[in-house]
Design a protein around this ligand. Structure first.
Ligand SMILES: [Ca+2]
Length: 394
């Protein structure tokens, strides 16, 4: 038998031939044009055709540590919900969520959102001491209006983040962890500086080198906040002799600016946690909820942008090279110091992600992100065959 099927994939047509000849199907080559495979391979072909959303095998999930400043901008809440739904779809595995801003309600807000999505078991940690606390329009509201699971009353009760990261990393196989930052780089630097602990006898930099495959961050050039908000940390993590030892890919400011979502979150029930976060941030449903997707774009790319994932071709990469961080400039007009540059170097480990003019379709990516942000959490879909969500412990 012979069957030819087509699917639009990131602007390219994938053609799959099904024949009686045995040929391997390698999903990493989705963007090449043709495959031939025998009947036994048909299941794989159908899986490719109908669902880039079909659950992958557990070993194919992207293992993610998410480092967030869940406070000043509401896109962090959108990014966490995006990641939780990518996990529910079988594409990601959330190892831990760390908070990079010492705002009293940030980690408790993460507790509430992960509880809402049926994941009260995800380890959460927070930075305790940092120069950064820009306040939040939504973190306290989410933390106090929605059930939480961890029994914390304030930031004082939350585990210190570097200890959480080290314990989680120690338990992982080598080269399997994707470290995702959607806030300032305070925790990345402190992880590198950490010493051996009871979980593993490696210093932080060696631990990262052994366990982390890549760091994907939301961070832009020039004076983008995440790269310069804690400029000394950024300099240590990206531009020092002891800098991060794996490939680093930064999702630039312009990408998130060009991907806009938010307004359709008004369609969700008023007790949906993300709708509520947006409402608190935007000052009620009477206002325009349209908002850039800086952090969601980075999380989306971290999970779907590698190893043949459907977002791999949305972007082009600038580099390799090295980020250069100037942490000496006092820019009181912007309220922070620092300046970021990028120097091309064939031996560099750093890359900047940019829109691929041939395949980047902001409306298409916004639709994907909407699907992920609006998706009902486990057990809350009417008639959900997975059954009701277990009530969080008191
Ligand atoms: Ca952020």
């Amino acid at each position: 038998m012979r069957l030819q099927l087509k699917r639009e994939l990131a602007g390219k047509v994938l053609v799959v031939h099904v024949s009686d000849r045995l040929t391997e199907v390698d999903p990493r080559n989705w963007t090449t044009e043709n495959y031939e495979l025998n009947l036994s391979g048909m299941i794989a072909a159908v899986a490719i055709l109908v669902g880039l959303a079909l659950p992958t095998q557990a070993q194919d999930r992207v293992n993610v540590i998410l480092d967030t400043d869940m406070a000043s901008d509401v896109d962090d809440a959108g990014a966490l919900v995006t990641l939780l739904n990518l996990e529910d779809l079988g594409e990601a595995n959330i190892l831990a969520v760390g908070v990079s801003m010492p705002h009293n309600w940030s980690a408790l807000c993460v507790d509430a959102i992960t509880t809402y999505y049926g994941r009260p078991d995800i380890p959460i940690g927070t930075v305790k001491d940092s120069v950064l606390d820009h306040g939040s329009r939504y973190a306290e509201g989410i933390a106090t209006e929605f059930p939480r699971s961890r029994g914390w009353n304030s930031i004082d009760d939350v585990p210190e983040v570097i200890g959480v990261y080290r314990e989680v990393l120690a338990q992982q196989p080598d080269n399997r962890v994707t470290f995702v930052t959607i806030g300032p780089l305070t925790n990345a630097a402190e992880l590198l500086k950490s010493g051996p602990c009871q979980h593993i006898n490696l210093n932080g930099r060696d631990l990262v080198a052994q366990k982390v495959i890549r760091w994907v961050g939301m961070g832009g050039n020039h004076r983008e906040f995440n790269m310069t908000g804690d400029a000394p940390a950024s300099k240590y993590a990206l531009d020092s002799p002891n800098k991060w030892p794996t490939p680093v890919l930064m999702s630039g400011h312009g990408i998130g600016t060009n991907i806009r979502t938010g307004e359709r979150l008004k369609d969700l029930p008023e007790d949906n946690v993300l709708r509520r976060a947006w409402s608190l941030y935007k000052g009620g449903a009477g206002n325009d909820w349209t908002h850039p997707n800086y952090d969601q774009a980075a999380v989306h790319y971290a999970v779907r942008g590698f190893d043949g994932g459907p977002a791999e071709n949305y972007y082009e990469l600038i580099g390799p090279g090295w980020f250069r961080i100037d942490d000496s400039e006092d820019d009181s007009r912007h309220g922070y110091v620092g300046y970021t540059g990028f120097r091309l170097d064939p031996n560099g480990l750093h890359r900047m992600k940019n829109q691929n003019p041939d395949t980047f379709n902001q409306d298409m990516i916004a639709s994907e992100l909407y699907e992920l942000m609006k998706r009902n959490p486990y057990g809350k879909e009417p008639g959900d065959p997975r059954g009701p969500l277990a009530a969080p412990p008191d």
